[in-house]
Ligand binder design. Structure first.
Ligand SMILES: Nc1ncnc2c1ncn2[C@@H]1O[C@H](COP(=O)(O)OP(=O)(O)OP(=O)(O)O)[C@@H](O)[C@H]1O
Ligand SMILES: [Mg+2]
Length: 210
């Protein structure tokens, strides 16, 4: 079977794209899937995470990696796809044309969204791009507090938009930041923790689409 391609996209800066990507990549790799991660964001956060990860190389599964300009993405995907089961692409914020190319190649588009009006407004552009390219997309709540008025309002706003939304959510947890700083995912840094449970639940929920 050819590799499944997941593009993580969201115009809003700092929404949680790179964090979501490394979590899913490491969780998938921990189940034995062959995973590649591709950075098309010139900020190169994913590239930085991969660089730190090399220090942990003896204890964690290897991930294939490429950093490419958006214009070279197609060539890179053609190269990687036969060698892995899953490719995850991290995209830059504020860059519709780059996101468009990555969405066009995706089997699934993930749109991380924090429970804030600005994140929700920015999500629209990505859902529109995905619809135009006829690609399935899922909103993934991230940095989600357990409860509160802000959360309820955010859920209601997304419900009104009708965007398909993953049931599994990532909470607002320091372990996401701390594990990133070590080049790890939470399933590796704290496999028994609540965050690892969230990430595994999300991967499992998305599996039928992959
Ligand atoms: N679930 C979470 N809980 C706590 N902190 C988080 C969570 N997700 C992301 N963060 C933190 O929020 C910040 C932004 O996250 P991240 O870099 O993943 O966003 P991004 O969308 O990739 O940003 P950019 O648009 O700049 O590429 C980082 O400091 C990250 O550690
Ligand atoms: Mg990023």
């Amino acid at each position: 079977m050819r590799a499944r391609i997941v593009t993580v996209a969201q115009q809003k800066g700092g929404a949680g794209k790179t964090t979501l990507l490394v979590q899913l990549a490491t969780a998938a790799a921990s189940t034995g899937r062959r995973v590649a991660v591709v950075d098309i964001d010139p900020q190169a956060s994913l590239t930085g995470w991969m660089r730190i990860r090399t220090h942990e190389a003896r204890t964690v599964p290897a991930l294939r990696f490429a950093m490419v300009g958006g214009w070279r993405l197609g060539v890179e995907l053609d190269r990687l796809a036969p060698e892995v089961d899953l490719v995850l692409i991290d995209t830059p914020p504020h860059a519709e044309s780059e996101a468009k190319g990555a969405i066009r190649r995706a089997d699934l588009v993930l749109v991380p969204c924090q429970p804030s009006p600005a994140d929700i407004w920015a999500s629209r552009a990505t859902f529109e791009l995905a619809a135009k390219e006829r690609r399935p997309a899922r909103l993934v709540w991230t940095r989600m507090p357990a409860r509160g008025r802000v959360v309820e309002e955010a859920r209601a706003a997304v419900g009104r938009e009708g965007w398909p939304t993953a049931v599994a959510e990532l909470g607002n947890r320091q372990v996401y930041v701390a594990s990133f700083a070590r080049g790890l995912g939470v399933v590796e840094a704290e496999p028994k923790g609540a965050a690892a449970g969230e990430v595994r639940a999300l991967l499992e929920e998305l599996s039928p689409l992959l």
